[in-house]
Design a protein around this ligand. Structure first.
Ligand code: URA
Length: 198
């Protein structure tokens, strides 16, 4: 049922013309991963590689994200679902405009309602502003659990920010370790990773 509803929603997104981002897209990027996952990651929007392939986080920042997830013992097939604030690539990889975020947000809300994750990880400022508060600052709130509706939310840096600024990697790793421990507490006490003390 959940899978079917997500497929129906992805068809709506494929045909969406709610903002101008549809004019230049190659593909919409709806989301990927396990529809029954307890962790939902939310990024900003597709880049060039994602626009070509129609899959989130397949470029350089996606490779880093997979590495971080792997270090936590998580993978895309089993533990997480990955979505974005906007489903079409902003030209030149600029930040999505507030009106583009607003136009796309109902799709993300529906994805969240269908997937019903226990934990939401916000990757970067656009995800934080788009889902929680347009005035929130990622540098202020990262690494602190927040609540949004019935979901626990961990804001952290976007992987592309980590690629630009390696000094932020240490903080991001602390944030992901908090998710790891919360996952053990709420979902699976036997979950483990050789990279983290249990
Ligand atoms: N950056 C994002 O925010 N999302 C993607 O899907 C790829 C890169």
């Amino acid at each position: 049922m959940v899978e079917k509803e997500l497929v129906l929603l992805s068809h709506k997104v494929k045909n969406c013309t709610n903002c101008d981002l549809h004019l230049k897209r190659t593909n919409t990027v709806f989301g990927a991963g396990n529809p029954f996952a307890e962790i939902l990651l939310i990024g900003e929007g597709p880049g060039r590689d994602e626009d070509i392939q129609g899959i989130p986080f397949v470029g350089k920042s996606g490779q880093l994200l997979d590495k971080i997830l792997g270090a936590c013992g998580f993978n895309r097939d089993e533990h997480v679902y990955i979505a974005n604030i906007v489903k079409c690539r902003p030209p030149g990889n600029r930040d999505p405009k507030p009106e583009e975020r607003e136009a796309c947000l109902p799709y993300l809300h529906q994805q969240i309602k269908l997937i019903q994750p226990k934990i939401i990880i916000l990757l970067g400022a656009t995800a934080l502003k788009g889902l929680i508060d347009p005035n929130a600052r990622i540098t202020r709130v990262r690494g602190k659990w927040m609540e949004w509706e019935e979901y626990l939310v961990m804001p952290t840096y976007h992987p592309s920010a980590l690629l630009r600024n390696a000094g932020q990697k240490k903080d991001a790793w602390e944030d992901f370790k908090m998710v790891y421990y919360k996952y053990r507490e709420l979902v699976d006490p036997t979950h483990s990773s050789p990279h983290i003390d249990s």
